[in-house]
Design a protein around this ligand. Structure first.
Ligand code: PHE
Length: 350
Protein backbone atom coordinates (compact mmCIF):
# COMPACT_ATOMS: atom_id res chain seq x y z
CA UNK A 1 0.00 0.00 0.00
CA UNK A 2 2.86 2.35 0.71
CA UNK A 3 3.85 1.76 -2.86
CA UNK A 4 0.51 3.17 -4.07
CA UNK A 5 0.82 6.22 -1.81
CA UNK A 6 4.32 6.79 -3.17
CA UNK A 7 3.05 6.56 -6.76
CA UNK A 8 0.23 9.05 -6.06
CA UNK A 9 2.68 11.42 -4.38
CA UNK A 10 5.17 11.23 -7.23
CA UNK A 11 2.32 11.81 -9.76
CA UNK A 12 1.19 14.90 -7.83
CA UNK A 13 4.76 16.15 -7.73
CA UNK A 14 5.27 15.52 -11.46
CA UNK A 15 2.03 17.34 -12.29
CA UNK A 16 2.87 20.23 -10.04
CA UNK A 17 6.21 20.66 -11.80
CA UNK A 18 4.75 20.51 -15.35
CA UNK A 19 5.06 24.14 -16.53
CA UNK A 20 2.82 23.80 -19.61
CA UNK A 21 -0.24 21.78 -20.69
CA UNK A 22 2.01 19.73 -23.03
CA UNK A 23 4.40 18.85 -20.19
CA UNK A 24 1.39 17.93 -18.08
CA UNK A 25 0.11 15.49 -20.71
CA UNK A 26 3.58 13.89 -20.90
CA UNK A 27 3.62 13.50 -17.11
CA UNK A 28 0.14 11.98 -17.23
CA UNK A 29 1.38 9.28 -19.67
CA UNK A 30 3.99 8.19 -17.10
CA UNK A 31 1.19 7.16 -14.71
CA UNK A 32 -2.00 6.60 -16.68
CA UNK A 33 -0.65 5.87 -20.17
CA UNK A 34 -0.41 2.44 -21.80
CA UNK A 35 2.95 1.77 -20.18
CA UNK A 36 2.23 3.98 -17.17
CA UNK A 37 2.81 2.88 -13.58
CA UNK A 38 -0.88 2.38 -12.72
CA UNK A 39 -1.49 0.44 -15.94
CA UNK A 40 1.48 -1.79 -15.14
CA UNK A 41 0.06 -2.47 -11.66
CA UNK A 42 -3.29 -3.46 -13.20
CA UNK A 43 -1.55 -5.88 -15.54
CA UNK A 44 0.35 -7.35 -12.59
CA UNK A 45 -2.96 -8.41 -10.96
CA UNK A 46 -3.53 -11.28 -13.40
CA UNK A 47 -1.69 -13.74 -11.20
CA UNK A 48 -3.62 -12.89 -8.02
CA UNK A 49 -6.48 -14.82 -6.46
CA UNK A 50 -10.02 -13.55 -6.69
CA UNK A 51 -10.04 -12.14 -3.16
CA UNK A 52 -6.67 -10.52 -3.60
CA UNK A 53 -7.82 -9.04 -6.91
CA UNK A 54 -10.79 -7.43 -5.14
CA UNK A 55 -8.85 -5.67 -2.43
CA UNK A 56 -5.81 -4.91 -4.62
CA UNK A 57 -8.04 -3.67 -7.47
CA UNK A 58 -10.00 -1.36 -5.15
CA UNK A 59 -6.76 0.10 -3.80
CA UNK A 60 -5.28 0.64 -7.25
CA UNK A 61 -8.53 2.28 -8.36
CA UNK A 62 -8.43 4.67 -5.43
CA UNK A 63 -4.86 5.57 -6.36
CA UNK A 64 -5.88 6.03 -10.00
CA UNK A 65 -8.76 8.32 -9.00
CA UNK A 66 -6.46 10.35 -6.80
CA UNK A 67 -4.01 10.75 -9.71
CA UNK A 68 -6.85 11.73 -12.09
CA UNK A 69 -8.14 14.28 -9.61
CA UNK A 70 -4.64 15.76 -9.28
CA UNK A 71 -4.32 15.83 -13.08
CA UNK A 72 -7.65 17.60 -13.48
CA UNK A 73 -6.77 20.15 -10.84
CA UNK A 74 -3.42 20.92 -12.48
CA UNK A 75 -5.03 21.22 -15.92
CA UNK A 76 -7.45 23.76 -14.55
CA UNK A 77 -4.69 25.67 -12.81
CA UNK A 78 -2.62 25.87 -16.01
CA UNK A 79 -5.66 27.02 -18.05
CA UNK A 80 -6.44 29.70 -15.46
CA UNK A 81 -2.85 30.91 -15.49
CA UNK A 82 -2.88 31.14 -19.25
CA UNK A 83 -6.10 33.14 -19.18
CA UNK A 84 -4.66 35.48 -16.57
CA UNK A 85 -1.53 36.03 -18.62
CA UNK A 86 -3.60 36.83 -21.69
CA UNK A 87 -5.84 39.23 -19.83
CA UNK A 88 -2.79 40.93 -18.41
CA UNK A 89 -1.17 41.24 -21.82
CA UNK A 90 -4.30 42.75 -23.32
CA UNK A 91 -5.07 44.99 -20.38
CA UNK A 92 -6.36 48.49 -21.18
CA UNK A 93 -6.50 51.32 -18.72
CA UNK A 94 -9.98 52.67 -19.28
CA UNK A 95 -9.23 55.61 -17.00
CA UNK A 96 -6.60 57.07 -19.40
CA UNK A 97 -7.76 60.16 -21.31
CA UNK A 98 -8.30 59.55 -25.05
CA UNK A 99 -5.62 60.39 -27.60
CA UNK A 100 -7.41 62.92 -29.81
CA UNK A 101 -6.31 63.25 -33.40
CA UNK A 102 -5.64 66.90 -34.27
CA UNK A 103 -8.42 68.24 -36.47
CA UNK A 104 -7.56 70.25 -39.54
CA UNK A 105 -9.58 73.04 -41.10
CA UNK A 106 -9.59 75.32 -44.10
CA UNK A 107 -7.43 78.44 -44.12
CA UNK A 108 -9.51 81.61 -43.59
CA UNK A 109 -8.61 82.88 -47.07
CA UNK A 110 -9.69 79.52 -48.53
CA UNK A 111 -12.99 79.93 -46.69
CA UNK A 112 -13.38 83.34 -48.34
CA UNK A 113 -12.53 81.92 -51.78
CA UNK A 114 -15.16 79.23 -51.29
CA UNK A 115 -17.75 81.86 -50.34
CA UNK A 116 -16.85 84.01 -53.35
CA UNK A 117 -17.12 81.03 -55.70
CA UNK A 118 -20.45 79.98 -54.21
CA UNK A 119 -21.97 83.46 -54.47
CA UNK A 120 -20.82 84.13 -58.03
CA UNK A 121 -21.63 80.54 -58.93
CA UNK A 122 -25.22 81.22 -57.90
CA UNK A 123 -25.22 84.19 -60.32
CA UNK A 124 -24.13 81.95 -63.19
CA UNK A 125 -20.40 82.68 -63.18
CA UNK A 126 -17.91 80.03 -64.21
CA UNK A 127 -14.73 79.59 -62.10
CA UNK A 128 -11.38 79.50 -63.93
CA UNK A 129 -7.78 79.01 -62.85
CA UNK A 130 -4.68 80.29 -64.62
CA UNK A 131 -0.88 80.14 -64.37
CA UNK A 132 0.99 82.14 -61.73
CA UNK A 133 4.04 82.45 -63.99
CA UNK A 134 2.69 84.65 -66.73
CA UNK A 135 3.98 86.11 -69.98
CA UNK A 136 4.37 89.81 -70.51
CA UNK A 137 1.63 89.64 -73.14
CA UNK A 138 -1.13 88.35 -70.89
CA UNK A 139 -0.08 90.28 -67.78
CA UNK A 140 0.43 93.65 -69.50
CA UNK A 141 0.36 94.11 -73.24
CA UNK A 142 -2.92 92.36 -74.04
CA UNK A 143 -4.43 94.39 -71.19
CA UNK A 144 -3.67 97.63 -73.03
CA UNK A 145 -0.55 98.24 -70.97
CA UNK A 146 2.30 98.51 -73.52
CA UNK A 147 5.94 98.30 -72.55
CA UNK A 148 6.41 102.01 -71.92
CA UNK A 149 3.16 102.47 -69.99
CA UNK A 150 3.63 104.18 -66.60
CA UNK A 151 1.02 101.90 -65.01
CA UNK A 152 3.59 99.09 -65.19
CA UNK A 153 5.72 100.74 -62.53
CA UNK A 154 2.96 100.18 -59.96
CA UNK A 155 3.12 96.49 -60.75
CA UNK A 156 6.77 95.81 -59.88
CA UNK A 157 7.08 92.07 -59.55
CA UNK A 158 9.37 89.07 -59.66
CA UNK A 159 10.79 88.30 -63.09
CA UNK A 160 11.66 84.73 -63.92
CA UNK A 161 13.38 82.85 -66.73
CA UNK A 162 11.56 82.49 -70.02
CA UNK A 163 9.92 84.89 -72.40
CA UNK A 164 12.05 87.32 -74.38
CA UNK A 165 14.92 89.60 -73.40
CA UNK A 166 12.76 92.74 -73.51
CA UNK A 167 9.66 90.98 -72.12
CA UNK A 168 10.64 88.27 -69.65
CA UNK A 169 8.09 86.05 -67.92
CA UNK A 170 7.00 87.16 -64.50
CA UNK A 171 4.94 86.20 -61.46
CA UNK A 172 1.57 87.67 -62.37
CA UNK A 173 0.84 90.97 -60.66
CA UNK A 174 -2.92 90.55 -60.86
CA UNK A 175 -5.53 88.03 -62.00
CA UNK A 176 -6.51 90.23 -64.96
CA UNK A 177 -4.50 88.12 -67.47
CA UNK A 178 -7.25 85.55 -66.94
CA UNK A 179 -9.68 87.96 -68.65
CA UNK A 180 -7.77 87.41 -71.88
CA UNK A 181 -6.98 83.72 -71.42
CA UNK A 182 -10.56 82.80 -70.62
CA UNK A 183 -12.17 85.03 -73.25
CA UNK A 184 -9.87 83.77 -76.02
CA UNK A 185 -10.86 80.17 -75.26
CA UNK A 186 -14.52 81.11 -75.11
CA UNK A 187 -14.39 83.02 -78.40
CA UNK A 188 -12.49 80.17 -80.09
CA UNK A 189 -15.28 77.78 -79.10
CA UNK A 190 -17.95 80.05 -80.60
CA UNK A 191 -15.92 81.52 -83.49
CA UNK A 192 -18.10 80.30 -86.35
CA UNK A 193 -21.35 81.51 -84.73
CA UNK A 194 -19.72 84.86 -83.97
CA UNK A 195 -18.44 85.20 -87.55
CA UNK A 196 -21.88 84.28 -88.89
CA UNK A 197 -23.30 87.18 -86.87
CA UNK A 198 -25.24 84.85 -84.56
CA UNK A 199 -23.33 86.03 -81.52
CA UNK A 200 -22.13 83.97 -78.58
CA UNK A 201 -23.22 83.01 -75.08
CA UNK A 202 -22.08 85.71 -72.65
CA UNK A 203 -18.68 85.43 -71.00
CA UNK A 204 -19.29 85.25 -67.26
CA UNK A 205 -16.35 84.10 -65.17
CA UNK A 206 -14.44 84.65 -61.97
CA UNK A 207 -10.76 83.74 -61.64
CA UNK A 208 -9.43 83.48 -58.07
CA UNK A 209 -5.78 82.85 -57.32
CA UNK A 210 -2.38 83.95 -56.04
CA UNK A 211 -0.74 87.13 -57.28
CA UNK A 212 2.64 88.79 -56.61
CA UNK A 213 4.14 92.22 -56.16
CA UNK A 214 7.21 93.74 -54.53
CA UNK A 215 5.34 94.99 -51.48
CA UNK A 216 5.52 94.07 -47.81
CA UNK A 217 3.93 95.63 -44.72
CA UNK A 218 0.96 95.07 -42.38
CA UNK A 219 -1.52 95.37 -45.24
CA UNK A 220 0.63 94.18 -48.18
CA UNK A 221 2.29 90.83 -48.75
CA UNK A 222 4.60 89.93 -51.68
CA UNK A 223 2.19 87.07 -52.32
CA UNK A 224 -1.47 87.92 -52.02
CA UNK A 225 -4.77 86.83 -53.48
CA UNK A 226 -7.06 88.34 -56.06
CA UNK A 227 -10.29 87.32 -57.63
CA UNK A 228 -11.00 88.58 -61.11
CA UNK A 229 -14.52 88.94 -62.45
CA UNK A 230 -15.53 89.35 -66.09
CA UNK A 231 -18.92 89.64 -67.75
CA UNK A 232 -18.94 90.38 -71.48
CA UNK A 233 -21.97 90.34 -73.74
CA UNK A 234 -23.80 92.69 -76.05
CA UNK A 235 -25.26 95.07 -73.54
CA UNK A 236 -23.44 94.64 -70.28
CA UNK A 237 -23.19 98.09 -68.74
CA UNK A 238 -21.75 99.85 -65.72
CA UNK A 239 -25.21 99.57 -64.18
CA UNK A 240 -24.85 95.79 -64.29
CA UNK A 241 -21.45 96.03 -62.58
CA UNK A 242 -23.03 98.08 -59.80
CA UNK A 243 -25.90 95.66 -59.38
CA UNK A 244 -23.74 92.52 -59.41
CA UNK A 245 -21.07 93.84 -57.08
CA UNK A 246 -23.56 95.29 -54.61
CA UNK A 247 -25.40 91.99 -54.55
CA UNK A 248 -22.12 90.16 -53.99
CA UNK A 249 -21.05 92.39 -51.07
CA UNK A 250 -24.39 92.00 -49.32
CA UNK A 251 -24.25 88.23 -49.71
CA UNK A 252 -20.62 88.00 -48.67
CA UNK A 253 -21.04 90.09 -45.51
CA UNK A 254 -24.54 88.71 -44.89
CA UNK A 255 -25.83 92.24 -44.41
CA UNK A 256 -27.92 94.77 -46.31
CA UNK A 257 -26.59 97.38 -43.92
CA UNK A 258 -23.80 98.53 -46.22
CA UNK A 259 -23.42 100.93 -49.12
CA UNK A 260 -21.04 100.99 -52.08
CA UNK A 261 -19.20 103.87 -53.71
CA UNK A 262 -17.75 103.69 -57.20
CA UNK A 263 -14.89 106.17 -57.05
CA UNK A 264 -13.48 107.27 -60.44
CA UNK A 265 -10.03 105.84 -61.05
CA UNK A 266 -7.74 104.66 -63.81
CA UNK A 267 -6.74 101.26 -65.16
CA UNK A 268 -5.33 100.85 -68.69
CA UNK A 269 -7.68 97.92 -69.38
CA UNK A 270 -10.98 99.54 -68.37
CA UNK A 271 -12.77 102.72 -69.43
CA UNK A 272 -14.35 104.18 -67.44
CA UNK A 273 -12.65 102.81 -64.34
CA UNK A 274 -13.61 102.89 -60.68
CA UNK A 275 -12.36 101.79 -57.30
CA UNK A 276 -15.13 100.12 -55.33
CA UNK A 277 -15.38 101.19 -51.68
CA UNK A 278 -17.84 99.82 -49.16
CA UNK A 279 -19.14 101.37 -45.98
CA UNK A 280 -20.87 99.49 -43.20
CA UNK A 281 -23.75 101.41 -41.63
CA UNK A 282 -23.45 99.63 -38.29
CA UNK A 283 -20.94 97.51 -36.38
CA UNK A 284 -17.30 98.14 -35.46
CA UNK A 285 -16.30 99.35 -38.95
CA UNK A 286 -19.30 101.66 -39.43
CA UNK A 287 -18.72 104.96 -41.22
CA UNK A 288 -15.31 104.22 -42.79
CA UNK A 289 -14.90 103.80 -46.55
CA UNK A 290 -13.01 100.58 -47.26
CA UNK A 291 -11.54 99.86 -50.67
CA UNK A 292 -12.32 96.32 -51.83
CA UNK A 293 -11.88 96.20 -55.62
CA UNK A 294 -10.83 97.86 -58.86
CA UNK A 295 -13.31 97.76 -61.70
CA UNK A 296 -14.61 99.24 -64.93
CA UNK A 297 -16.02 98.70 -68.39
CA UNK A 298 -13.60 96.57 -70.42
CA UNK A 299 -11.49 98.79 -72.72
CA UNK A 300 -12.19 98.38 -76.48
CA UNK A 301 -8.54 97.42 -77.09
CA UNK A 302 -8.90 94.57 -74.59
CA UNK A 303 -12.16 93.43 -76.22
CA UNK A 304 -10.22 93.38 -79.48
CA UNK A 305 -7.44 91.28 -77.94
CA UNK A 306 -10.12 88.81 -76.86
CA UNK A 307 -10.95 88.40 -80.56
CA UNK A 308 -14.21 90.33 -80.41
CA UNK A 309 -15.59 93.42 -82.11
CA UNK A 310 -15.83 96.27 -79.56
CA UNK A 311 -18.66 97.80 -81.58
CA UNK A 312 -20.80 94.81 -80.69
CA UNK A 313 -19.39 93.39 -77.46
CA UNK A 314 -19.02 95.22 -74.18
CA UNK A 315 -18.85 94.29 -70.53
CA UNK A 316 -17.35 94.92 -67.14
CA UNK A 317 -14.44 93.54 -65.15
CA UNK A 318 -13.40 93.80 -61.55
CA UNK A 319 -10.49 92.59 -59.45
CA UNK A 320 -10.97 92.24 -55.73
CA UNK A 321 -8.78 91.27 -52.80
CA UNK A 322 -9.97 88.16 -50.93
CA UNK A 323 -7.32 88.76 -48.25
CA UNK A 324 -8.85 92.14 -47.54
CA UNK A 325 -12.38 90.69 -47.54
CA UNK A 326 -11.23 88.05 -45.04
CA UNK A 327 -9.71 90.69 -42.75
CA UNK A 328 -12.94 92.72 -42.84
CA UNK A 329 -15.19 89.72 -42.25
CA UNK A 330 -13.24 88.39 -39.26
CA UNK A 331 -11.83 91.66 -37.88
CA UNK A 332 -8.17 90.76 -38.51
CA UNK A 333 -5.89 93.82 -38.67
CA UNK A 334 -2.57 92.35 -39.86
CA UNK A 335 -2.46 90.63 -43.24
CA UNK A 336 0.76 88.81 -42.34
CA UNK A 337 -1.10 86.64 -39.83
CA UNK A 338 -2.64 84.80 -42.78
CA UNK A 339 0.75 83.71 -44.07
CA UNK A 340 2.71 83.03 -40.85
CA UNK A 341 1.22 79.55 -40.52
CA UNK A 342 0.71 79.97 -36.76
CA UNK A 343 -1.67 77.20 -35.75
CA UNK A 344 -2.99 79.21 -32.76
CA UNK A 345 -4.26 81.84 -35.17
CA UNK A 346 -5.47 79.50 -37.89
CA UNK A 347 -7.32 77.09 -35.58
CA UNK A 348 -9.73 79.89 -34.65
CA UNK A 349 -11.35 79.59 -38.08
CA UNK A 350 -12.14 75.87 -37.88
N1 PHE B 1 -6.12 94.29 -61.96
C1 PHE B 1 -6.40 95.48 -61.22
C2 PHE B 1 -5.42 95.56 -60.06
O1 PHE B 1 -4.82 94.59 -59.71
C3 PHE B 1 -7.82 95.45 -60.69
C4 PHE B 1 -8.84 95.53 -61.79
C5 PHE B 1 -9.34 94.38 -62.34
C6 PHE B 1 -9.30 96.77 -62.26
C7 PHE B 1 -10.30 94.43 -63.35
C8 PHE B 1 -10.25 96.82 -63.24
C9 PHE B 1 -10.77 95.67 -63.79
O2 PHE B 1 -5.24 96.61 -59.46
Amino acid sequence: MNELIAIVDSAKAAFAHAPTPADLENAKALFLGKAGRITELMKGMAALSVDEKKSRGAAINLAKQAIEAALHERRQALADAEMQAQLHAEAIDVSLPGRLRGQGGLHPVSLTMERIEAIFGSMGFDVAQGPEIESDWFNFTALNTPEDHPARSMHDTFYVEGGSESAPNLLRTHTSPMQIRYAVQHVKKHRSAIDAGLGMPEIRVIAPGRTYRVDSDATHSPMFHQCEGLWVGENVSFKDLKFVFTDFCRSYFESDDLVLRFRPSFFPFTEPSAEIDIQFQSGPLAGRWLEVAGSGEVHPNVIRNMGLDPERYIGFAFGMGPDRLTMLRYGVNDLRLFFDGDIRFLSQFR
